[in-house]
Design a protein around this ligand. Structure first.
Ligand code: C2O
Ligand code: CU
Length: 497
């Protein structure tokens, strides 16, 4: 009998410490699949990697088909689509367990949303699923599994989806980075993926920090150039607080977009909190003198660390910040605040007396005192995660989702004000699938009123109000993107009829 502890370990060490090249391709981010109307083919697969010499572990990775190369396991695949153009991606599962692909932040048809049992059947080992949609919004997005999420995300499954603007916004360089930690110890071996006491608090943190698979990478960017630095927080737990270190002469940094959506007015970067799941696009004006550096640090932890350094190198048009056109707004429906109905969502710990979570796992967290517990810590079909051949969709869905009653039902095309209250002493990045949220008010200072996004970073005890236009029909997940919180109850469904 395998103990839960064993199941929660990241993986079994590969016995031979194969020499893995430490040299990464100059452009971080693995293979690029260009999607001019069509087509990416990619798979989820186990790949060996050595974070430390002499120790090789198995990561789970998305790779463009045919692109797996030694040493690339932690580098994220980058898919590119174009705003308003059909995008089709054929996904194949080469993992030893079922999975799905969720396109985080995309406003797509619900059948493409990648939530097992709710929107599609799990993709079994060896099977494929074709995802096809036309992204209405340009910006920085990402993809990850929505099944056995804690294990699958922690082991590495995450990739970037860049939706390019219909018209090239004219940066001198575009650098996407996927930021995440790993539960890898100083010897390069997997640690337990979760510490169960931490699941009931802020969550379990990974001690090894990477930007697109490298620790504190140093990249080059055109001297005097205007660089779009896309930061995606794909970590399962950590809220990042990004600052620019002392800027050299001629350099400047602005926040230009959040969750793919441009700011109405760019803001000088001060300290930007980026919760798990969220993205932040920065506009970096590089110094003109070759060799001068701009670096960014994370300061959300008591001992800050360098996230990435950009070194000025090579020619550019040497434009100043105001000489760049602002990013065009995405076509998000305008809320009608006058007729809006308010809906309450209370984020807390624990469930109603007598109410049980939908599986045998304990519910640590809840929304409106109800818990949807994703079976977690299991690595294959088990009685807790029943998706055995022969089981009907309805049976499997009932076992995972309880009766599937939504937290709220929204009438199509109406505006709603979601009142989100955090009754806990911990922050929760609350993510809503399929719909755009627009910030209205908060008990906290510094909210960007009117800003559009897909995730609301709710501080301890914060109460925030966001507007949603219910213009995309379907059953959409709402959950905390600290994956331990999601997995242990802080998840539910919002239905748009
Ligand atoms: Cu990245 Cu259900 O979300
Ligand atoms: Cu949470």
């Amino acid at each position: 009998c395998i103990s839960r502890r064993t199941l929660l370990r990241g993986g079994v060490a590969v016995s031979t410490a194969a020499t893995v090249s430490a040299a990464f391709p100059p452009l971080l981010g693995g293979r690029v699949a260009r999607a001019a109307g069509v087509s990416a083919a990619f798979s989820a697969q186990p790949l060996p990697h050595s974070f430390r010499p002499g120790r090789t572990e198995t990561l789970w990775s998305y790779r463009a088909d045919g692109a797996a190369a030694p040493g690339t396991a932690p580098q994220p695949m980058i898919l590119r689509a174009r705003q308003g153009q059909p995008f089709t991606a054929v996904f194949t599962n080469h993992l030893p367990e079922p999975t799905t692909v969720h396109w985080h932040g995309l406003r797509l048809p619900v059948a493409m949303d990648g939530v097992p049992f709710l929107t599609q059947n799990p993709v079994n080992p060896g099977d494929s699923f074709t995802y096809t949609f036309t992204p209405p919004d340009a910006g920085t997005f990402w993809l990850h599994p929505h099944l056995n999420s804690l294990t699958q995300l922690s082991r590495g499954l995450s990739a970037l989806l860049i939706v390019e603007e219909a018209q090239d916004p004219g940066f001198d360089a575009d650098i996407p980075l996927l930021l995440r930690d790993w539960r890898i110890g100083s010897d390069g071996a997997w640690l337990d993926l979760v510490d169960e006491r931490e699941s009931g608090r802020a969550g379990t943190f990974g001690p090894l920090h990477t930007a697109s698979g490298q620790e504190a990478p140093v990249l080059t960017a055109p001297a005097g150039g205007l660089v779009r630095l896309r930061l995606c927080n794909a970590d399962v737990t950590r809220i990042l607080r990004i600052v620019a270190d002392d800027l050299p002469k001629g350099a400047a940094v602005q926040v230009i977009a959040i969750d793919g959506h441009p700011l109405a007015k760019p803001e000088t970067l001060d300290r930007e909190s980026i919760g798990p799941g969220m993205r932040c696009d920065l506009l970096v004006r590089m110094p003109e003198r070759a060799g001068d550096r701009v670096s960014f640090s994370n300061t959300s932890s008591s001992s800050p660390w360098t996230v990435v350094t950009l070194t000025a190198e090579g020619p550019s048009r040497k434009r100043r910040l105001p000489q760049r056109n602002p990013l065009p707004a995405n076509p998000v429906s305008r809320p009608d605040l006058k007729t809006a109905e308010s809906l309450r969502f209370d984020f807390g710990a624990g469930v109603e007396d007598g109410e049980k979570s939908s599986t045998a796992k304990p519910a640590l967290w809840s929304i409106n005192r109800r818990a949807w517990v994703e079976a977690y810590g299991v690595t294959g079909p088990t009685p807790e995660l029943p998706m055995l051949p022969g089981q009907s969709f309805a049976e499997a869905k009932a076992a995972i989702c309880g009766d599937g009653t939504p937290l709220a039902t929204l009438e199509r095309n109406r505006t709603y004000l979601l009142e989100l209250t955090n009754y806990t002493p911990h922050p929760h990045p609350i993510h809503l699938h399929g719909l755009a949220v627009q910030m209205v008010s908060s008990t906290r200072d510094g909210l960007r009123i009117g800003q559009i996004g897909d995730t609301v970073l709710l501080g301890p005890k914060e109460r925030a109000v966001v507007a949603v236009v219910a213009d995309n029909p379907g059953d959409w997940m709402m959950h905390c993107h600290i994956i331990e919180h999601q997995a242990s109850g802080m998840m539910g469904v919002v239905r748009v009829t």
